[in-house]
Design a protein around this ligand. Structure first.
Ligand code: ARG
Length: 591
């Protein structure tokens, strides 16, 4: 389908005499309208016509140059130009492609590192604070884009920009000393957090501690061995804790380069900015006046405070420059909460002003993520502050166990495995539910968290998709048990051209076309940096599979028809497993 989308986009580019990308094409709400739709709203003003008239005109132009369309058909429907892919071509080539190769195949996969360098920064929590539920947003989206980017041939470099530098680490060092905590004492993350809370309470009584913290951080910046040892301890405890949760989610990074990583690059950076006459002194601090990409003035970017300390933004400017020097990226994406929008505008503006050698800054983007809101008042009164990601996954796990228990009780003997689900299965369902729910929400919007909806087996949830996948597996298993299918699981020999003629029911055709849209949705996900694209697609696919399964008997009397339909079941299994995997949703074999 991707090939056809390219033909449609190219044909439109020709008649419009401007670039049109496949990502500009939408999926019509009703498959009867066609397979791709091009909206004409934006052209309306320029053409001085209503969008439907623009659509009519474009279709007339396209039809006058039939060679552009090849076998595609174009038609106007309201404000859209719709394109339809011819039936015969789709069936054969799509199924052959999806079923090629062993295992899950590699449909829509592009050769490794065949496309540009993409630096993706995500997760980036702060040391000495637990991974909060709101960290799931940038972590899950980043990890999904990371996997999809690699699948689609980008050379991805993932970076976790830990917040591990700044005065608060001076404060922690003061706390260790103040409370007489020996360096070799075992501390948990929560104990570390409490230490920070307690020292801040002390500061209220004894403001001199504040100065001590500032001094301690200054010493840390100079590499003082004692303070460095305290700091290292905090980083170590935090990383161990983060790793445990990253493992549960299946997240890992090419580089964990925290803010401290750039500490020796800050003085040279400030010198360079001074040489370039960009730094201005203001109230004792050194700042750079900045604008947004359109040139509108913004609050200035402070790079050195009046006490000589560098700040968060200084380290981000250094980090961007360093990363470009290492990876010469074609795109760099920061997946960070929306509240840091101004910060990134400031950082980008500083670099933009550094001169033409820094024009790569236009290839950097901040993808803002929304927050979490809780329906359950008990959770929101906890101030959103200490609801850890781990607590939420565990909560989901409890809910999964309850639901599965209830389901087992309500099904007749023998219809479901009588043994309780293993821990691995409830874990997979819980993680899948929480992650899918997050990724299914437009990243810029806030997530409404209601555990009953997140884990709902019937709603448009992770478990619903996992369940569709296990259903495909069980149909295939049954086909093998009854001898209809001889091929082993994940066999490459699934596709049989002779059987194609057996297919033709509308639900079969709709399912095949939906399967074929997979690569396009992967590409759209990357362009828009929104995994919700892929999430919605997988739900549509599951629905298309549901209609097919309801209307078309897979294991019937005609063995050839059964085998033809089993090709569709296997193709669906592959795309679902592949798609869910790319979204960090584990696919258990049974549920
Ligand atoms: N550590 C920061 C926080 O938790 C996020 C860092 C985002 N990335 C960056 N390059 N500034 O708020």
């Amino acid at each position: 389908m991707e090939r056809f989308a390219r033909v449609a986009a190219k044909a439109l580019s020709e008649v419009l005499e401007r670039p049109v990308q496949t990502s500009d094409l939408e999926t019509p709400p009703d498959p009867k309208l066609g397979d791709f739709g091009y909206p004409c709203f934006k052209l309306s003003k320029e053409f001085r016509k209503g969008p439907p008239q623009v659509a009519e005109q474009l279709v007339a132009q396209l039809n006058a140059k039939k060679e552009l369309l090849g076998t595609l058909e174009a038609s106007a429907a309201g404000p859209y130009v719709n394109f339809r892919v011819p039936q015969g071509e789709v069936l054969q080539s799509l199924l052959a492609d999806i079923l090629a190769g062993p295992g899950l195949g590699a449909y829509g996969k592009l050769p490794e590192a065949s496309r540009g360098n993409w630096v993706l920064e995500y997760s980036s929590p702060n040391v000495a604070k637990p991974l909060n539920i709101y960290h799931l947003r940038p972590t899950a989206l980043g990890a999904a884009l990371d996997r999809i980017g690699r699948y689609r041939g980008f050379k991805v470099t993932s970076i976790n920009h830990l917040g591990d530098w700044g005065k608060q680490y001076g404060m922690l060092a003061v706390a260790f000393r103040h409370f007489g905590i020996p360096l070799d004492m075992n501390l948990s993350m929560m104990e570390l957090v409490n230490l920070y809370v307690q020292i801040n309470a002390e500061v209220k009584k004894n403001p001199a501690l504040e100065d001590q913290a500032r001094e301690a951080f200054a010493k840390l910046e100079k590499g003082d061995p004692e303070i460095t040892a305290f700091w290292q301890k905090c980083v170590k405890i935090s990383l161990q804790e983060f790793d445990r949760i990253y493992k549960r989610l299946g997240v890992h990074f090419d580089h964990i380069w925290g803010e401290s990583f750039y500490k020796d690059q800050l003085a040279p950076l400030l010198d360079l900015l001074r040489q370039k006459n960009l730094l201005v002194q203001s109230e004792g601090a050194w700042i750079v006046p900045v604008t947004d990409a359109q040139g509108k003035e913004l609050p200035p970017c402070i790079l050195e405070k009046s006490d000589g300390a560098t700040i968060y933004a200084t380290r981000d400017v250094a980090a961007a420059i360093y990363r470009f020097s290492q990876f010469a990226f074609d795109r760099m994406t920061y997946i960070v909460g929306g509240e840091q929008r101004l910060h990134f505008q400031q950082v980008f503006s500083v670099i933009r002003q550094m001169g033409p050698e820094y024009s790569w800054i236009s290839r950097c983007e901040h993808v803002p993520t929304g927050l979490y809101r809780f329906k359950d008042a008990k959770m929101s009164t906890r101030n959103g502050n200490f609801i850890t990601l781990e607590e939420v996954i565990d909560l989901a796990k409890t809910r999964v166990t309850e639901l599965m228990e209830a389901r087992r009780k309500n099904t007749p003997e023998g219809a479901l495995p009588s043994a309780a689900p293993t821990d691995a299965i409830t874990e997979a369902i819980a993680v899948g539910a929480v992650v899918f729910h997050d990724l299914g929400t437009d990243p810029a919007r806030d997530v409404e968290f209601d555990i009953e909806r997140v884990v709902d087996f019937e709603g448009e949830t992770g478990p619903y998709l996992q369940y569709a996948h296990t259903r495909c597996l069980s149909i295939l298993r049954k086909a093998r048990e009854t001898g209809v299918l001889k091929e082993a699981e994940g066999s490459a020999a699934f596709f049989d051209k002779k059987l194609i003629g057996k297919l033709g029911a509308p639900e079969e055709l709709a399912l095949i076309k939906t399967l074929g849209m997979f690569p396009l949705h992967l590409e759209r996900t990357l362009t828009l940096a929104k995994a919700s694209q892929l999430a919605h697609y997988l739900i549509d696919l599951t629905k298309a599979f549901g209609s097919f399964y309801r209307e078309c008997r897979v294991l019937g009397d005609d063995p050839e028809l059964s085998r033809a339909r089993l090709m569709l079941v296997e193709a669906t299994r592959r795309i679902l497993a592949q798609g869910l995997g790319l979204m960090l949703v584990p696919v258990p074999e049974r549920m």
